[in-house]
Design a protein around this ligand. Sequence first.
Ligand code: SF4
Length: 728
Amino acid sequence: MMMRDITLKIEQGTRINETEALWLYEHAELSELGGLANRINLRKNGTAVFYNINRHINPTNICSLSCKFCAYSKKIGEEGGYAYEIDEMITKAGEAVAQGATEIHMVGGLHPRWNFQRYVDMIKAMHDAFPDVHLKAFTAVELDWMARKARKTITEVMVELRDAGLGSFPGGGAEIFHPEIRDQICDTKVSGEQWIDTHRTAHKLGIRSNCTMLYGHIESYTHRVDHMRRLRELQDETGGFNVFIPLAFQPFQNEMGINRYTFGADDLRTIAVARLYLDNFKHIKSYWVMLGQDIAQLALQFGANDLDGTVLEEKISRAAGGRAGMIMTRGNLENLILRSGRTPVERTTLYNPVRAGDLVHLTPVNDEYLAAGMTDVPKDMLRSLKDGETMSPSNLWKVAVTAPLHAISESLRASGKTNNTGPSLTESVAISIDKTTRAEALTHDIRHLLSGLESRSITAPAHAAAIILDTSDSAHAGSQLHLPAMIAATKLASPGSSIILRGVTAAIMAAESSGEKPTAYFANLRMLGLDVLEESVSDNALATDAKWLIFTCAQAAEIAIIPLITLKTLANAPDWSSWADDVTEMRGRLTTTGLIFAVALGVTQNSLIMPSEFMKAIGLTRLALPLPTQIWTPAHTMPVLSPQRGLGADSDQHPVMKLISALKTFGSSGIGFVAAGEFSAERAWEDLRASGTLPQVTCPRQNKLDLAEKFAARLSDLRHVPAPLAGG
Ligand code: SF4
């Protein structure tokens, strides 16, 4: 089965089957899959991306059940348990309504002391207080609980709640329907069949609902497709679902021994497969609360057309390690949407625009429009880049501003510049040096850091492939850095590691203050063990000529260099003009100089670059620079919107990890140095593996340390990782 067969089928409007959906999950190239899902979404929903102004209220976390993945529930009397009085809920809702909320979303635990009347009273009091606000409340699990407690049928429960003011049902409690999984993660909850029956009943009563799928735990792709099949069948029957919401598993405090977030590439793949397989759903949600803002923004290019809302106070995924924060403002949401090239449209709960004028953005984007390009796509320019032609900075700027992400990915695939070579990483130890650093202490500190690596090192026990001497924080005091002594001390601490000096500004100042000629100074550093001079984001103010002069001296001493292209923001948008100048400069230098280990791409600190913009920059930089130049996207220079590290789970689970698995598909050759303490090399390796090829562990001055064999055994352990692409 080939991608083109499935594409043809979908393009012709023919429904794909479960085998084909599974193939997309297991084999499709991510950017190609995303491009197709994106086109189908534009045909259905135009350029609009929905959001709403809402508030979550979780009435209680006291719950009679004990689902194994749940970090939220408590038993009566347990510390941290709570149950809101109805008055408290009215106050919370009132705050949201004052800020423009059109929806209150309520789901919670199954409180053993609450009877059905309590739920009816809750809805009635809310509806009486805020008659214009849509009340979306109670999962199939809660409804089943109420019915059993009240000895009523589900229909009777629904009718009473509707008569009290309830507007629709959310989609929680679906988890994974297949009993093979459901019996393991929540065997006391309603079965998959009961969940489906409950929503069928709602739809027959004219009450619309949402549906979800909790993925990224112990289920397989087959279970996910089976789950979506059941939803598609019910939607065929009733048409009562508003939206499908894939929920990424959050890894904190579960009884399943899972301690890692879902791979970003898996999140995007899931959104795209859902868009293509669930052909009878108009809306697919990129739920930022669980995906994190970074992947949620990228998902808008992978078939999603809804970001959810302002949320205000969500406790359930937060308790499980959700790190996206609990609130987004209207401005935040609109910015995420606008910066992905789409039009933000505020919606009601039932997916109508709040403002009639926004209807125009829902006009499907037709095939002629798509064929001509999303906007004024300079196809010829992309073709020139694909063919390796040199391009002026102004044309590079034009193509960056106008070309959509997937047009760039398509050119990249056609250029052959994305191949099956695994993305690389270099396990390293980074240590900041400044004028107070003493050589003996440095040797001791590096040895100490290396010993900390022992249990988790992927290069070798107590050995990092590279030691980074980082001058980023002391660039202004470079003249007081005694680099020869520091490099000698580093060599002493770890003779087998490559030594990287990060920061060109400090290197220039140190060379100048030494009184030696720069060539002689660098020749000495090389002799002492310096292998690579790496540009830092803090070198941004450095004049281009001065930087390349020092790079040339380093290269003459056989020190490899890693120059950096930075993407900055200008007036709340990427400064593509400065990026185009940097790329042009780099291209010129690449043709005249040797010993460039890699070109790094990153963002300057405090630049609010969106993930979709960064992926675009990777693709265009890859297209513009000749092979075999490596384009590195170092983890420490990548843009991240989600404000927090993982809660409670391993502290090395930085939100940037989510993006790593998606980098290769846009042209990145790897993430470069992975410094212990900041990011775990082991975790980064797994994230790179999730891009669909085996990562390579490299060492700058030695031949590649291809540790494929060492890690081959792990492949079976890594769930939710696509098989290597074998053509098609
Ligand atoms: S997931 Fe819901 S039903 Fe299960 S334990 Fe948590 S609160 Fe209770």
